[in-house]
Design a protein around this ligand. Sequence first.
Ligand code: MF3
Ligand code: CO
Length: 256
Amino acid sequence: MSVRIKTPREINLMRQSCHLLAEVFNELAKMIEPGISTWEIDHEGEKMIRKLGGVPNFLNYDGYPASICVSVNQEIVHGIPKRNKIIAEGDIVSLDAGLIYEGYHSDMARTIGAGKVSEEAEKLMEVTKASFFEGIKNARSGKHLYDISGNIGDYANSFGYGVVRELVGHGIGTHLHEDPQIPNFRVKKSRGIELKAGMTLAVEPMINAGTAEVRWMNDGWTVETADGSLSAHYENTILITDDEPEILTIIPGMVC
Ligand code: MF3
Ligand code: CO
């Protein structure tokens, strides 16, 4: 496994790529209302990515047919947008997308409620986001990769939630998925690689209200909770530094 340290020039391009993606998410978040189809979300998202000068990196990735993954309620990730899939009041909608700008990839995800959602759903979304921030308390040079993983998993488990194990975070840069893989649970007997300033990582807890078990749907993409419980996803691309990490996919005025 080789984890490349980005040069200052590359970090600048990563930052630009991520800031553009954050702009896209700010607009997408406002669209999440009862009545919108998941296809419209993808359609608008792709348009925005291109208008800002980016190229969608999920589109055609291993044959994935859209630019924005839209996963609703018990769907964890990789939901395929459809014209006849309409968001209803109380749904929780996970958006996952990325773009390429000047050869550099960005990647982020948010789960957003449509209209008024249940307290259970609200809490799941909050804890999932908080688990990311617990994790990145350990994201700085000199710490080890699985210190991030362990913090995420322990935090989510402390609420009785199931932490998805089949899907993980990843390095990111000139490719969407680079080394290392970043689990969201405590890894026994290993601390993982030592973190170094200049690493760029996509940290992305996927947390289920019920058990951790998943099932793959027949469309070849959608991953759901095995028990039908709700699931939430929160992802940012971050830069490791000698101090606090820089969260590249958060910009001032962020609404999500
Ligand atoms: N969501 C994945 C990630 O965050 C990438 C999805 S690729 C796609 O790493 F093809 F499913 F879109
Ligand atoms: Co990712």
